[in-house]
Write a protein that binds this ligand. Structure first.
Ligand SMILES: [Ca+2]
Ligand SMILES: [Ca+2]
Length: 97
């Protein structure tokens, strides 16, 4: 899972399959949605300063939750990744030694 994430971040552009794999990394309980708690736990694992506080992850999930159902669907996740090159660059930096 992490190796797939690495490869995705290497190339900055993601194929459909790679995005799905990345989505699975975030969707810890595999219910097909990423909730704020799941976002929080992955962000902390990756060492994001933005992800240190649960409130920030809540805010972030609200920003990308376009249909306001309180969770990030795969489509919303995809837009999050596509619209946020900085986000990928930032994740990339986290993997640097
Ligand atoms: Ca989930
Ligand atoms: Ca949603």
């Amino acid at each position: 899972m992490d190796a797939a994430m690495d490869e995705l971040l290497d190339r900055k552009t993601a194929s459909e399959g790679e995005l799905k794999e990345a989505f699975c990394v975030f969707d810890g309980n595999e219910d097909g949605f990423v909730c704020a708690v799941e976002l929080w736990s992955v962000m902390r694992r990756l060492g994001f300063k933005e992800g240190r506080r649960y409130e920030d992850c809540m805010r972030m999930s609200h920003i990308f939750d376009e249909d306001r159902d309180g969770r990030i669907s795969y489509l919303e996740f995809r837009r999050m990744m596509e619209g946020c090159e900085d986000f990928l660059v930032q994740i990339d930096g986290m993997f640097m030694p």
